[in-house]
Design a protein. Structure first.
Length: 324
């Protein structure tokens, strides 16, 4: 008789998760319309990916999951069953008016919609979930029945490949380049800061490039840019500033550089093109104490070296040659 309470407790502990799993995996899906396209999409922070593949305890740690490109026939009724394999995610498809929707670990979040708009639509995670967060995006492709769907290139996070930071003797620019890659800045500002990344409903359309930072700092030529980079390399967090470099208008240059560093530390919201429309999915995060002062300076130094001086000199020469 004394064993009965123990068996009752064990039975209840076992039955509850079994019933929950049955409800989520068997009963609930059976209530969807027969014609519905039902897809299970799982967010994985450590890999920076949304995937249609099955994720469970063991393969979470070793498998390289395929980023999901969701192919849908036009006018399909769609049910997305959103899962998180680790932390809180947010699923957002601004072009289709979906979300942002919280996706919590241990719960299934359902999103239903009618795929009545033909095209390629980008989806995002908009909750800062880890170092691979900015690569946690993909595509929904809606194609008329009978047509061959386009197959956009999936986005893969390169940060999962182990890479040691460069030693200090390699210099401030090498440190900045490593940090720029490691913090996934190129996911929003383009490969090597070249720009061209669209941000839905953003007032400027594409996110600003970083290759022209030197000219935005009012540096006039490559020699001035090199002098500023050398000065940054000698300017430690706690060391008093070295003598000012020989740069024309250095006070203005320094003020604009400090403003750029402040933007990295404090972040900035992307303004809407349509004030009544959805929030732009890509926002500049506030890095704050996740980057030290010297690391922020190193990133700025690296970006200064990217400036295409030859190209700008040619454009300036062309504009002068057309003046009367």
């Amino acid at each position: 008789m004394e064993k009965l309470p123990t068996f009752a407790v064990l039975a209840s502990v076992t039955a509850v998760p079994v019933l929950m799993a049955w409800y989520g995996l068997e009963h609930r899906p059976s209530t969807y319309p027969a014609e519905a396209c039902v897809l299970d999409l799982t967010g994985i922070a450590r890999r920076g990916v949304w995937t249609l593949e099955e994720v469970y305890n063991l393969n979470y740690w070793w498998k390289a999951f395929e980023p999901a490109t969701i192919q849908l026939p036009l006018h399909a009724q769609v049910v997305l069953r959103l899962h998180s394999a680790d932390v809180l995610h947010q699923f957002y498809v601004p072009a289709l008016g979906i979300g942002p929707v919280d996706v919590e670990p241990g719960h299934v979040t359902e999103v239903s919609f009618q795929a009545d708009q033909e095209g390629v639509f980008q989806y995002y995670c908009t909750s800062l979930c880890g170092e691979c967060h900015f690569y946690m995006t993909g595509w929904i492709v809606v194609t008329p029945r009978g047509e061959v769907p386009v197959r956009p290139q999936p986005m893969v996070c390169p940060l999962c490949i182990p890479e040691a930071p460069p030693p200090a003797e390699q210099g401030v620019v090498a440190q900045g380049e490593y940090l720029y890659r490691h913090k996934a800045c190129g996911a929003c500002h383009g490969l090597e800061g070249r720009g061209g990344v669209a941000n839905y409903n953003y007032i400027n359309g594409d996110i600003i490039d970083h290759v022209h930072l030197a000219t935005r700092l009012f540096l006039r030529d490559e020699a001035s840019a090199d002098a500023l980079v050398r000065w940054i390399g000698r300017h430690g967090e706690t060391t008093p500033a070295e003598a000012e470099p020989e740069i024309m208008g250095f006070g203005i240059v320094q003020a604009r550089m400090e403003a750029a560093m402040r933007l990295i530390r404090e972040g900035k919201n992307a303004a809407k093109a349509d004030l009544q429309g959805p929030e732009p999915p890509l926002q500049m995060p506030a890095w704050k104490n996740r980057l030290s002062e010297s690391e922020v300076r190193a990133i700025v130094a690296y970006l200064i070296t990217l400036n295409p001086w030859d190209e700008e000199e040619e454009q300036e020469h062309a504009s002068l040659s057309h003046k009367p």
